[in-house]
Design a binder for this molecule. Structure first.
Ligand code: BMA
Length: 322
């Protein structure tokens, strides 16, 4: 249902500049956070080196398609004071709230995966704010307070796979007074065993529409023996209580079909992580006929772009028969 850009993938490892001794001929670039500030499109890229280390690199564009990529990794000031050993930072999601841009990301540490938070005002300096204690991933902060609280969706890692990896089949709503301390409030949606989205996690930041919060998520079909298949779906949530699901796509809206999605470091993966809506009305609702750009990781190897209108995505929430 999402329409791929003709010249996908839009960013591959070949576009990544060498960065001193840190990044030389990297293996992959994927799962970007995205936001538009004025007329500038920003992506925060997840770049993986041949040492399987990860770095965030900033990419900038004036059309959302052709990006120029900074030749130094983003430095999160203050993260050096975090008490535990950090192995990887990855999968940034960006939210604009009042006075700044907040970046939520996953941190693989010596005691599990935690959600970290960084703030920037200008996409030049980035300040580490906090990380949670619980094991969780796929955190996306809503762009405004709801019921007087900051809210986010997140996916606590409560399911252990055969290989020992902790993952999850439930998205939760959590809330916070200060963006630092978060409390799980209620489950929002579960994986649908036997179908395309058995394990799930939020994709990009939810979008406010007249019909509700529009939310793209990834679902994993785990029942294909040797291969997990990562796909994308869409849901609509109550504007005043996003834990209420108004509608949920039965069919996926994007699945691995193109060679760059089927083959790569992790085959059969589309992983939406960035979204840009081009037009909002004067009350802050996304316009029905606005274009939506969705940026996604393809096979954990490159970055794809796919588009739809707001209306098409809302309609997709009602399609399919599960
Ligand atoms: C998930 C996350 C993503 C990754 C995906 C496919 O569990 O680790 O970062 O893109 O798996 O490998």
């Amino acid at each position: 249902m999402l329409k791929r850009y003709d010249l996908n993938p839009i960013i591959t490892r070949k576009d990544i500049p060498n960065v001193g001794n840190l990044i030389i001929d990297p293996s992959s670039v994927f799962n970007p956070g995205a936001i538009k500030v004025g007329n500038t499109y920003y992506l925060i890229l997840r770049v993986q080196t041949r040492a399987r280390k990860t770095y965030f690199l900033l990419a900038e564009s004036s059309n959302g398609i052709n990006f120029s990529i900074n030749n130094e990794p983003i430095n999160f000031k203050g993260i050096e004071n975090y008490g535990k050993k950090i192995f990887h930072l990855y999968d940034a999601r960006i939210t604009h709230i009042n006075d700044g841009y907040y970046i939520q990301f996953a941190m693989d540490t010596e005691d599990g995966c935690h959600l970290g938070l960084v703030k920037t005002d200008d996409f030049k300096s980035f300040y580490f704010i906090a990380a949670d204690e619980i094991d969780s991933r796929n955190g996306v902060i809503f762009p405004e307070k709801i019921g007087g609280k900051f809210v986010r969706f997140e996916r606590p890692n409560q399911v252990k796979l055969e290989n020992g990896t902790m993952t999850g089949d439930k998205i939760w709503l959590s809330e916070s007074d200060d963006l630092i301390t978060w409390n799980l409030v209620s489950p929002v949606m579960s994986g649908r065993f036997h179908y395309w989205d058995e394990l799930i996690g939020s994709g990009p930041t939810p979008i406010k529409t007249q019909k509700g919060w529009l939310h793209i998520y990834h679902g994993v079909a785990t029942h294909f023996g040797s291969s997990n298949i990562y796909q994308a779906g869409v849901t609509l949530h109550d504007l005043n209580d996003p834990s209420v699901v108004i509608a949920r796509s039965g069919d996926n809206i994007l699945e691995p079909r193109e060679m760059y999605e089927l083959v790569g470091q992790v085959p059969n993966v589309v992983f939406p992580s960035g979204i840009i809506v081009e037009e909002f009305d004067e009350n802050g609702f996304a316009k029905n006929n606005s274009e939506v750009k969705v940026y996604y990781g393809a096979a954990d190897t490159s970055i794809g772009l796919a588009t739809a209108t707001v209306e098409e995505l809302i309609n997709a929430c009602y399609q399919g028969d599960i």
